[in-house]
Design a protein around this ligand. Structure first.
Ligand code: ASP
Length: 441
């Protein structure tokens, strides 16, 4: 099939899956403007109910999604020495790319202050409550750093699950998964159990995403009705900061990374990955794109050995685009609610975003769900910040498409760098885009 046909298919796929959410957004703006001019308590109550239901539904799947993704990701690494070597290099490379992403995100958000424009839309009393709560949490944490570390280790994992304490849950899930990987074949029933949970939570998330159009519609309408149309003037700055951060990562960081750690020519790699990038943008899901990511790498010169190991884990664990978004979004919220951004708090947000993004499944909307984990570390929850979240939701889908494109591209960048280091690249093939075979048939 010709390349332009592949572009059309990918675009068609994206539009088919997303048009209703864009429609919900546009309709939400129109209804919001109407409600702004002619307030109707009944309509407002209904829309608030629908919006709240959407937020609660996505919160509902966080814990099973995070635990099962961790178990599947780590146990698929297995146990042999070779895997250990590849695994540590993979974690190092994914780690470097994600740390750079959160640093760029934090720097841009601190310099450009996208949240200040939203501040006057936030209720003063709510903002004061939030400021007090974050201050109390940070004060308590500062007072006893050792206790924070102790708090990461769950005394009772089930109690942590019941109370939704994400960091102890993750610590337990990671240790448990490494143990499962070590015990070998006997782990099959348990891993199978988590594969079922993961598949089922992905299905539920799929259903919830069907509700994304009315959810986004309701949230947008409520937001616009109480703020008026100028909300988009404030959100456009947030979108601009995101777009700039994503562009820096794509056009500067990945090429520099490949140059420093390998001799992979970036343009050849981007040409090889074009279909996967387009499908990532269209579907907003790293997991859905994974078969295509693997096909692009393997058919264009990267060995099966490296790509079948690095890419599936990357699709779950490596989410640099998501980490950047979470950092910018949480700094946006703190600015909007007038919470003082101390260096301690910024570092804490960045670290939590790294953890939250790597526990985030490669499905649409998961990055905004796991923001709850970052807020949790600051003593907050998304419900308290619902007005601020309404801003983020208005442009959630488009930012999801952009960050997923980054997530998938960085999986391929790390995969290619490792393949280069291990002499597992056929450069005659990779450097010859004319000889590339079809991917989408
Ligand atoms: N949709 C993203 C992905 O699949 C995850 C996220 O929501 O940030 O990579």
């Amino acid at each position: 099939m010709k390349f332009h046909m592949q572009v059309l298919i990918a675009l068609g796929l994206g539009l088919k899956r997303n048009w209703h959410i864009f429609a919900g957004l546009v309709l939400g703006v129109l209804v919001g403007i109407w409600l702004h001019n002619e307030p109707s308590p009944v309509v407002m109550t209904t829309l608030t109910f629908i919006g709240q239901m959407f937020i609660r539904l996505i919160q509902m799947v966080v814990i099973p999604l995070v635990i099962s993704a961790i178990v599947i990701g780590i146990t698929s690494v297995g146990d042999s020495k070779q895997i250990g070597k590849l695994g540590s290099k993979m974690i190092l490379y994914y780690g470097i790319i994600t740390v750079i992403a959160v640093s760029i995100g934090a720097a841009l958000a601190l310099i450009m202050k996208p949240g200040l424009g939203a501040a006057h839309y936030i209720n003063i009393d709510t903002a004061a409550d939030i400021q007090a709560q974050v201050a109390a949490t940070i004060e308590a944490q500062k007072g006893n750093l050792l206790n924070i570390v102790l708090g990461f280790i769950p005394k009772n994992p089930l109690a942590s699950i019941a109370s939704g304490d994400m960091v102890p849950i993750i610590v337990f899930a990671v240790m448990f998964s490494i143990a499962l990987a070590k015990v070998g074949e006997i782990n099959r029933p348990f891993v199978g159990f988590f594969e079922s949970i993961f598949a089922a939570t992905m299905k539920i998330t799929d259903w919830i995403m069907c509700f994304a159009a009315p959810g986004v519609f309701a949230l947008t309408a409520v937001a616009v009705s109480s703020f008026g149309i100028d909300i988009f003037m404030s959100i456009s700055k947030y979108l601009g900061v995101l777009a700039l951060g994503f562009a820096i990562q794509f056009f500067i960081v990945y090429p520099a990374f490949l140059k420093i750690f390998s001799k992979v020519p970036v343009l050849m790699l981007y040409a090889a990955m074009a279909e996967a990038m387009m499908v990532a943008f269209g579907t907003a899901s790293s997991s859905a794109t994974l078969p295509l990511t693997i096909a692009c790498c393997e058919k264009r010169g990267i060995s099966h050995k490296v790509s079948s190991f690095v890419l599936p884990l990357g699709a779950t664990l490596n989410m640099d685009g998501t980490a950047m978004l979470q950092t910018i979004a949480v700094i946006f919220l703190t600015q909007a609610y007038g919470v003082a951004l101390t260096p301690f708090l910024v570092v804490q947000i960045a670290l939590l975003a790294i953890v939250a993004s790597s526990t985030c499944a490669g499905i649409p909307g998961a990055g905004l769900i796991t923001i709850a984990l970052v807020l949790n570390g600051m003593g907050l929850s998304p419900e308290q910040l619902v007005a601020g979240f309404a801003f983020l939701f208005t442009i959630e889908r488009i930012t999801d498409m952009m960050r997923t494109l980054l997530n998938v591209t960085s999986d391929a960048v790390v995969c290619a760098a490792i393949a280069d280091n291990e002499n597992e690249i056929n450069y005659d093939l990779l450097n010859n885009p004319e000889s590339y075979g079809d991917i989408i048939n």
